[in-house]
Design a protein around this ligand. Structure first.
Ligand code: MG
Length: 384
């Protein structure tokens, strides 16, 4: 049976005190609405996602996702839900899950629980969690009474229904002020099944909720990243009449490295390590030496590009390690500056950047001072 997630994003979110409605506030790098939409788009049992809310703001928040333009909402949540259901009627799904954009952290297991109950024959199903705090009635700052919490639950979204039944129930309830879609279903005489919700499925309502939701989403992003390790190696010849640029730092030295660009052998090896981790070729693919515009180019631009490719893949550089191989110059006096420069170019912390050096015991071309070699490793975290 075709299943559509209808996400309500038409609220004004006044309790947060921000000028922007909360569903469009940014959280862990994306608007709340986008997180909520992705939870359903990525769920294997959801066939389509539809939005109710401001079409222009929703289009910005959902750029690039396979979601059609939003349906304008109404003056209340109930009117918005009815508008969204009415818009679905032309191509009616069998099942609709109605969700609040203010719940961006909804776990896949909660969506499954609602769908399982519907599959098992329930007319309607909503997620709920236990009330664990003692409940008291506030009478002007004094405790009026302790309210028994036996049998009380806190309900969440998505709330799941058979489409035709919830549309009819909403049409019948129009004009009444009911708090959620389950209340609309109850008013129409539908039995609403409770299924397990999640404490992670928080509703962003007050400013403190934003930090909690961000921590939850951030932790999930990290746990879904896969580490990939790339390596790079490069050699350039030492010649007279060229500046010596190593790992982005110009070092006073009688000889410099020859090459088409500034010949920064350390950055070149590092770029190849990053491109290697991405499996996106090597520095020559991205910056062909046959092109005149890279002549004497500052290799900093190459490293910025490599780091930008990681960002474009929604990844992050966890750590890099560069080894320079030469008899001269001595690298250790410059290592701290090199680390800081590389970290700045990649936009990562200096503690994640290692620069070290070794000699080749006067053996081979590096031992004879004919050139400098560099090797590098990069650990890149990419989405699974
Ligand atoms: Mg090179």
């Amino acid at each position: 049976m075709r299943t559509v997630a209808l996400i309500l994003a038409a609220g004004r979110g006044q309790r947060l005190g921000a000028a922007t409605p909360k569903q469009f506030l940014s959280l862990a790098g994306a608007p709340l609405l986008r997180h909520a939409a992705l939870a359903f788009l990525r769920h294997p049992r959801i066939d389509a996602v539809r939005i109710v809310g401001d079409a222009a703001a929703a289009a910005d928040a959902l750029a690039g996702l396979a979601i059609p333009p939003a349906t304008p909402g109404g003056a209340s949540r109930q009117e918005s839900a009815l508008a969204g259901l009415a818009a679905l009627a032309a191509d009616a799904p069998g099942i609709v899950l109605i969700h609040d954009a203010a719940r961006p952290c909804v776990p896949a297991a909660v969506i499954d629980a609602v769908l399982d109950a519907l599959d098992a024959g329930a007319a309607a199903a909503i997620p709920a969690v236990a009330v664990t705090d003692t409940l008291k009635r506030d009478k002007g700052g004094l405790v009026g009474e302790t309210v028994p919490r036996d049998g009380l639950v806190r309900v969440q979204t998505p709330q799941g229904f058979r489409f035709a039944a919830i549309l009819a129930a909403h049409e019948k309830a129009a004009g009444q002020a009911l708090t959620d879609d389950a209340a609309v279903a109850e008013a129409a005489g539908l039995a609403v099944r409770l299924v397990p919700g999640s404490e992670e499925n928080i509703k962003v309502t007050v400013p403190g909720d934003l930090a909690r939701a961000e921590a939850l989403l951030g932790a999930r992003v990290v746990s879904s990243l896969i580490p990939r390790i790339g390596t790079g190696f490069d050699v350039h010849r030492l010649v007279e009449g060229r500046p010596l640029v190593l790992c982005g730092i110009t070092i006073p030295h009688p000889l410099g490295l020859a090459g088409h660009s500034d010949a920064d052998v350390g950055i070149h090896a590092l770029c190849d390590a990053i491109y290697g981790a991405l499996a996106e070729g090597d520095i020559g693919v991205h910056f062909p030496p046959s092109q005149a515009r890279w002549k004497d180019a500052d290799s900093a631009a190459f490293l910025r590009h490599a780091a930008g490719r990681v960002a474009a893949r929604q990844g992050r550089i966890a750590h890099v390690d560069v080894t320079l191989i030469c008899e001269r110059p001595k690298i250790s006096p410059h290592a701290a500056d090199m680390r800081a420069r590389l970290a700045g170019l990649m936009g990562i912390g200096v503690e994640a950047v290692s620069v070290k050096a070794t000699t080749s015991e006067r053996l081979g071309f590096t031992g004879r001072g004919e050139g400098i070699a560099a090797q590098a490793a990069a650990t890149v975290l990419l989405p699974a």
